[in-house]
Design a protein around this ligand. Sequence first.
Ligand code: ZN
Length: 155
Amino acid sequence: MQIQSLYQEIILDHYRNPHHKGLREPFDVEVHHVNPTCGDEVTLRVALKDVGGDPVVTDVSYDSLGCSISQASASVMSDLVIGKPVSEAMRILQEFLDLMQSKGQAEPDEAVLEDAVAFAGVSKYPARIKCALLGWMAWKDATGQALDETTGQAS
Ligand code: ZN
């Protein structure tokens, strides 16, 4: 399926030259997520560091296979969350979720979403939204588990 979009070049660029790809150590949690409707898969690792009670995403690494949208989205997501406090990264995730639920009507905030604005056109294609969200959902899952472990150790 052809997705006509002003942002197609950004997506293709991330697909051809994915950022932060390849599984790395150290990491706290590894997850494997699948998007069965398209056949996309991602294995994703998250490393967090507690800086004065405020966990920071120190690294996200992943190995992915599947369509260009799912792979480009994982690349863009890793750019956006690495180095950020988890609370801020979760806000960016929420912005991206809102964009994906906008059916092509949202005006994405480039200051927050950076290259992720390129996926605005995907929100018009319900079958592809799961492709764009696969990496983000894997990150959210892994980060939630890593936070649980941190909390468990503290109490
Ligand atoms: Zn896909």
